[in-house]
Design a protein around this ligand. Structure first.
Ligand code: NAP
Length: 285
């Protein structure tokens, strides 16, 4: 029987731990406060924002929505980030990306204080992930993948993992995080030769390419664990992952569904990072 690695149970466990920590902060007179920074009205950003606010409300984390017009200037968005850095009542910041094309996005990301950078958008935060320095936070989606593996007791030490996708948001940092856990990681991309063979050779396959149902049976074999990070829409406009779930699920040992998989955990990790940022501010402030 294939095991469905659903995200809800993982998220519930994260929330359980967070409630106790939020209560402890409340006793010290601190309510975690998260700034949500958006430029313009991209539907993806609005949807993520709604989910984040709902999840934060349910946990007792305050959110402050900071919105700039989509045509705002570089100086405006950098000024907003700087004001968040200076505001001691704001512990954490989530910046919705991509920013409009006239903006130097990396410069904006790098302007954010690492203490508040709960999604590791700045190069300084990413450097912590790449050097095992334990400084700053990891990108939430990559961290969500690790949470799912840990929750379901999937061992990493000595395992062969194929991570397909090398973005700084998911693939690259996840590869480093799994390497740190003593997995042997192959980081794949659009130029990888014979990708089906590379995937088939792995114990665990992570698909993070953004190509709807592109990974069919040819990429997998019996006994594998599959994490599907993709959030895409199929020809009928239905939400789907990178993996052709119907075809692949019966073949492998365990697989995350889309929706109800990694995405369901990412927002919880975001909340966990916001709480950690508030705890950190209490220690250093
Ligand atoms: P991205 O920046 O577009 O990166 C896509 C990666 O996939 C690139 O490294 C690209 O390779 C690789 N790729 C593209 N076509 C390929 C092919 N034919 N064979 C092998 N590799 C290929 O995307 P992203 O931001 O990492 O996001 C990936 C997916 O995850 C998207 O569906 C996104 O919506 C989803 N996502 C989900 C969550 C969540 O919470 N679940 C969060 C963030 C993103 P090259 O580098 O060679 O171009």
């Amino acid at each position: 029987m294939t095991q469905e690695l659903t995200g809800k149970e993982v998220a519930d466990k994260i929330h359980e731990g967070l409630r106790a920590r939020i209560a402890a902060l409340a006793e010290a007179g601190v309510v975690p406060r998260l700034a949500l920074v958006r430029m313009g009205e991209r539907p993806d950003d609005l949807s993520y924002e709604r989910t984040a606010i709902k999840r934060a409300d349910a946990l007792g984390i305050e959110t402050v929505t900071c919105v700039l017009d989509g045509s705002a200037a570089q100086a405006d968005i950098e000024g907003l980030i700087e004001s968040i850095n200076q505001d001691a009542s704001l512990h954490a910041c989530l910046l919705f990306r991509p920013l409009p094309s006239h903006i130097d996005e990396q410069a904006v990301c790098d302007a954010l204080s690492p203490d508040k950078d709960i999604d590791a958008v700045s190069l300084l935060s990413l450097a912590g992930v790449f050097t095992d320095a334990d400084s700053g936070f990891a990108p939430c989606t990559a961290a969500a993948c690790r949470e799912v593996l840990d929750f379901y007791g999937i061992a990493l030490e000595g395992k062969k993992v194929a991570v397909v996708g090398r973005s700084l948001v998911v693939g690259k940092p996840l590869a480093m995080m799994l390497l740190r856990r003593n997995a042997t990681v192959t980081l794949c991309h659009s130029r990888t030769a014979d990708l089906p063979a590379v995937c088939q050779d792995a114990d665990i396959v992570v698909c993070a390419t953004g190509r709807a149902k592109a990974f069919g049976k040819a990429y997998f074999k019996a006994g594998q664990v599959v994490l599907d990070v993709g959030i895409n829409f199929d020809e009928e406009g239905r939400l789907c992952g990178d993996v052709d779930f119907e075809a692949v699920a019966p073949l492998v040992a365990a697989i995350t569904p889309v929706p109800r998989g990694i995405g369901a955990v990412t927002t919880s990790v975001l909340m966990a990072h916001a709480v950690a940022a508030a705890e950190l501010a209490g220690k250093t402030g």
